[in-house]
Design a protein around this ligand. Sequence first.
Ligand SMILES: [Zn+2]
Length: 175
Amino acid sequence: VNTNNPYAAPKSSVTTATHSECRRDGKHAFVPTGSDLPPRCIVCNDAAQTPIKERTLYWHSPWLYLLVLVNLLIYAVIALIFRSKTKVSPGYCATHLAARQRKINWFRIPAFLLMLGGIGIMVVDEPSSGIIVVVLGFLLVIPAIIVSNTFRAVRIDKSGAKFSGCKEPFLASLE
Ligand SMILES: [Zn+2]
C-alpha cells in the first residue's frame, strides 16, 4: 500500500477506514485497529444498505465475570474500568436489515404492549396484577436485547477486534 500517493483522492469520513486488512478467524471476523468491515451484508455478502450505522462495542476479559460471584457492584465497576472499546460498521442488505428489525420487534412490541397494559391495570383497579404484567413486559426485553446483539465483539486488543455474528458468505469473502 502506497501511503504517499500525492494523487490520492481526499479522504472523507466514509473512506478513511480501510477494509482490505479484515480477515476471517474461524467463525469470527477480525478487524485490525484503524480498519472497518467492508460495506457488505454480514449475513449474505450483498452490497450493504448505506449509510451503515456505526456501532460502539465493548469487551472485557471473560475472567472478570468471576467477580460477579464476589459482588455484582464490584464487577460492574471493574468491568467499566477494564473494558475495551471499538467502533465498527456492520452492514446489512435491505432484506437482512428488515429481517433483523422484524426479529427485534417480535419481542419489543409485545414487551411494550404488556408494560403499557400493566400500567393501565395498575391505574384502573388492580395494582398487584398490574405489576406482574409490567414485569412480564420487562422480561420480554431480554430476548429482544439478545436478538439485537448477535453481532458483538468477542475480543478486543491493541492489534484489533474480533466479532461474532457474521455468516459464512461474508466470512468466506474475507479469506
Ligand atoms: Zn443480506
